[in-house]
Structures are given as structure tokens and as C-alpha cells.
Design a protein around this ligand. Structure first.
Ligand code: Z5A
Length: 208
């Protein structure tokens, strides 16, 4: 196995990405892996400030401005955190990366998909994760999991129809990138999902 390995977790809001990023990192810790865990938008001081602009402020910002905010956060994060960690041979685990932008700002906001990919490639020097876990779930089930929790951000507030479009976007991205993306049925219990993620990872690194 090459030591540096880049893993992203993707899915609509409430799909369980944060839960499974955490459980997966506990597993990596238990086997003594050299890894960092991070998230987007965010992951750097500038990125966390941008997160605030992207998710909490200016509800009616233009769809292109929204795209560039996420990509500005990514460019900073990639240069200052992700690339250096990969250069040091670490495993990088990230809660959301390029597929989020294509799914939300591309499919969800109906920006030109090629333009979104172009901007993203520029921000990341054409880098894609080695392995992406896409947690697929019906938006209604994801919503039910969040009952009792206030909405977190402007994008979440766009509602079920928007989440449906984003999910369809994710499924198209998955269908075009099966070499990299593994679809995980996230409707199952936390332990079933966590076990599958661990098994896929072990299989993948044993084949490297
Ligand atoms: N965004 C974007 O538009 N473009 C971009 O390029 C990027 C991001 C990078 C914030 O993302 C927003 O940023 C997001 C997209 C946009 N807005 N929306 N929608 P975020 O990742 O920071 O936040 P989030 O998407 O709102 O995620 P979250 O709230 O952290 O949810 P989650 O990570 O998908 O799920 P969770 O917190 O792990 O689980 C939700 C609940 O379900 C929780 O109570 C768990 O205990 C429970 N759970 C988890 N798994 C299970 C199973 N298997 N069964 C039952 N219950 C479960």
C-alpha cells in the first residue's frame, strides 16, 4: 500500500457522514494509522471564516458567489493542510470534498457542471480522493433523523425538493466515478454501515 491515502465521506445532510467519519477515524487510531481528519467547508482559519459566509450569511447570494466561496475554502485547505499531509505520507480523511460542490452547487444550484469541475480542478491541482464513501439515503429518512434538531445552515433550509435534486446529482456522480466512489446504503444501522466502510477500506488498501 502506498502510505498516503485520501478518503472522503459524502452524502446529503443527515446521511451520517459525520458519525461515520468519526467511527472510521477511531478504527484508524486503533490500528495505529498515521492520519489526519478534517472537513469542508473549513479546515483552516480562513476556511472556517468562509464557512460562516457560505452557510450562515447572505441567504440570497448569487449561485456563482456561493460556488466560489466553497472553492476558496477548498483552495486554502488543499494547499495548507491536505497536500502537505499527503506529501508526508499520511492518510487524509475528510468530511465532504469535491463531490459536495458538484452535487450542491452544480446539480442543486444548476450551475454549469463543466464550469464547476474546472474551478474545482484549479483549486485542487486536479486532485481527487483515492476512495470516496458516498452514503446514500432517502432525504425523507435523513430528515427524520434530524427531527428535534434546529436547521444548521442556509443550504439545509432549502428543503426536501432541493435535497432530492442533490441526491440525484450524487447518484450521477457515483455512476460516472465507480473506480473511486463506493455507494454505501446508509438506511441501515450505524454498526452495519461502519462495518461495511471498514471492510471496503481494508480490501482497497490490501489491493494497493
Ligand atoms: N456544502 C456545499 O453546499 N458545497 C460544498 O462544496 C461543501 C459543503 C463542502 C454543511 O455541511 C453544508 O455545506 C451542507 C452542504 C454544504 N448543507 N446542507 N445540506 P456539513 O457536512 O458541515 O453539515 P451537514 O451536511 O449539515 O451534515 P451533518 O449535520 O453533520 O449531518 P451528517 O454528517 O450527514 O449526519 P450525522 O450528523 O452523522 O447524523 C445525523 C443524525 O443521524 C445523528 O443524530 C446521528 O446519530 C444519526 N445517525 C447517523 N447514522 C445513523 C444510522 N445509520 N441510523 C440511524 N441514525 C443515524
Amino acid at each position: 500500500m502506498k502510505k498516503a491515502f485520501f478518503i472522503s465521506f459524502e452524502g446529503i445532510d443527515g446521511s451520517g457522514k459525520t458519525t461515520h467519519t468519526r467511527i472510521f477515524c477511531e478504527f484508524l487510531r486503533s490500528i495505529g494509522a498515521d492520519f489526519i481528519s478534517t472537513r469542508e467547508p473549513g479546515g483552516t482559519p480562513l476556511g472556517e471564516d468562509i464557512r460562516n459566509f457560505a452557510l450562515k450569511k447572505y441567504k440570497d447570494k448569487s449561485v456563482k458567489a456561493e460556488l466560489y466561496l466553497f472553492e476558496a475554502s477548498r483552495a486554502e485547505h488543499f494547499e495548507k493542510v491536505i497536500q502537505p499531509a499527503l506529501n508526508e505520507g499520511k492518510i487524509v480523511v475528510i468530511d465532504r470534498f469535491c463531490d459536495s460542490t458538484l452535487a450542491y452547487q452544480g446539480y442543486g444550484n444548476k450551475n454549469d457542471l463543466e464550469a464547476v469541475e474546472f474551478v474545482d480542478d484549479f483549486a485542487t491541482n486536479n486532485t481527487k480522493p483515492d476512495l470516496t464513501f458516498y452514503l446514500d439515503i432517502d432525504p425523507r429518512e435523513a430528515l427524520a433523523r434530524r427531527i428535534g434538531r434546529s436547521t444548521n445552515d442556509i443550504i439545509e433550509d432549502r428543503g426536501l425538493l432541493y435535497q432530492d435534486i442533490v441526491r440525484k446529482g450524487y447518484l450521477e456522480i457515483y455512476n460516472k466515478n465507480k473506480h473511486r466512489i463506493v455507494l454505501i446504503d446508509a438506511n441501515r444501522s450505524v454498526s452495519e454501515v461502519a462495518d461495511e466502510i471498514k471492510d471496503v477500506f481494508l480490501q482497497r488498501i490490501n489491493n494497493e
